[in-house]
Design a protein around this ligand. Structure first.
Ligand code: OFO
Length: 173
């Protein structure tokens, strides 16, 4: 049995995951406009991952007998100066998400809600991986600077990213 207070916090965060998906979908279109098809693919995969995160929260709340509330999503930025700026914004956003997940975990501990603590563990691990991937790309982009050839090599790398549906996760798209 989940408390209304914990359920409300999870519902709020579920909406933030949807907002994350919108940010990356917008970045995908922006990268495509810059001629960076690999980066566009990378952000599209990120969008799909965020939709899985959203659906994980949705399914967990519904399985707990809750009626979810979709809050209207605010507009997301759609202009960026460079791929480096997009990745820096991505890292900043993911650090915010990590903090929110940690706060939710703390709330679940305080409420002695073991089911929610276990549910959130997957996200705790996922955030470490997401931040690490973002830092790697930022480091590479800083190394190449404005060198077009270097950026295209990173773009070619980003084209290799493939969406993998996590085992047992609800289908999002
Ligand atoms: Fe990017 O991990 Fe969800 O939001």
């Amino acid at each position: 049995m989940i408390s209304k207070k914990v359920a409300d916090s999870l519902n709020k965060h579920m909406n933030l995951e949807l907002y994350s998906a919108h940010i990356y979908l917008s970045m995908s279109s922006c990268a495509n406009e810059m001629g960076l098809k690999g980066a566009a693919n990378w952000f599209m995969v990120q969008y799909r991952e965020e939709m899985v995160h959203f659906m994980k929260f949705y399914t967990y709340l519904v399985d707990q007998g809750m009626n979810i509330e979709l809050l209207s999503s605010k507009a997301v930025p759609n202009t960026y100066k460079s791929l480096l700026e997009m990745m820096q914004r991505t890292l900043t956003h993911e650090e915010l998400i990590s903090k929110c997940i940690n706060d939710l975990s703390e709330q679940a501990v305080q409420a002695k809600d073991h089911a929610t603590q276990i549910f959130l563990q997957w996200f705790v691990t996922e955030q470490v991986e997401e931040e690490n991937n973002d830092r790697d790309l930022i480091a590479k982009l800083k190394l190449v600077g404005d060198n077009g050839h270097g950026i295209l090599m990173i773009d070619a790398d980003m084209a290799q990213r493939v969406f993998v549906q996590p085992v047992g996760a609800p289908l999002a798209v």
